[in-house]
Design a protein around this ligand. Structure first.
Ligand code: MG
Length: 255
């Protein structure tokens, strides 16, 4: 079932989205050489609790994770790409860091992710980040009333594959609203014109992610963090987008 949000609920979602963006930008500003991932988790926790928001992650216990996640933000470094569990690690010069954050405020969830380098960047990683950001922009552009989920999937996959990156179909975007993960699933590659029809009131978390030279994931010993099977660099970008009569409205933009 797809949840349809009222204009009032979407307005509340925009407030959640603004808070998600604020926390991600604050964590990005804090993340420098020597910053511990646990400091970033504490920063996210303090900011969301001060704003009266709730974490979608702390008690999260899906089939693909081992026990409750137990932290407030996902911190994925280098070969880690999804569900990176914060741990006692001080960032090194040249680390590629992905931050992924979902929170609930006034009953509406927003979910976003950013990837960036700490200190000295590596060109192959910058190219990878750029491809996921372009794929996200193309996916959002396709998120229009009357279109279909396949239009978003095709737009994303075309960019990622065109840039030479293999696409993994196990994890992708999803509906969002009163809960973090809902129908519809949005694969990062698919056929235009197929799948659920997009209507005003649908809220989507669109999230292209990619790995330099593989589509295969391995799970870290922590039971959560997903890494590239080859140890290559990875990147992930995500926005929460409302389908409106006028087209897509991004709720998690930095401002
Ligand atoms: Mg997310």
């Amino acid at each position: 079932m797809i949840e349809l949000l009222s204009p009032t609920e979407i307005a509340r979602g925009a407030e959640t989205g603004a808070l998600v963006a604020d926390i991600l930008q604050a964590a990005k500003a804090r993340a420098s050489v020597g910053t511990n991932l646990l400091e970033l988790d504490a920063l996210a926790r303090d900011m969301m609790l001060a704003a009266g928001a709730e974490s979608c992650y702390v008690d999260y216990e899906p089939s693909f994770g081992e026990g409750p996640f137990g932290y407030y933000i996902c911190t994925s470094v280098n070969d880690a790409v999804l569900h990176g569990k914060p741990h006692d690690y001080a960032l090194h010069d040249g680390d590629l860091l992905t931050l992924d954050l979902a929170i609930s405020l006034q009953g509406i969830v927003a979910d976003a992710a950013i990837s960036f380098f700490v200190g000295t960047p590596k060109q192959e990683g910058l190219d990878l980040i750029d491809a996921t950001e372009r794929a996200l922009a193309a996916g959002i552009e396709a998120a229009r009333p009357g279109g279909r989920i396949g239009d978003i999937a095709s737009a994303i996959g075309t960019i990622l594959q065109g840039a030479g990156y293999p696409v993994n179909l196990e994890f992708g975007g999803h509906g969002v609203g009163s809960t973090m993960h809902q129908d519809p699933h949005i694969p990062n590659w698919g056929k235009a014109g197929r799948g659920w029809k997009l209507r005003p009131g649908i809220l989507l978390a669109i999230e292209p992610w990619a790995m330099l030279d593989t589509a295969e994931l391995v799970t870290d010993a922590d039971g959560w963090t997903l890494r590239s099977a080859t140890g290559c660099l990875t990147a992930h970008t995500e926005h929460t987008v409302a389908i409106t009569e006028d087209g897509p409205r991004i709720l998690t933009s930095a401002h």
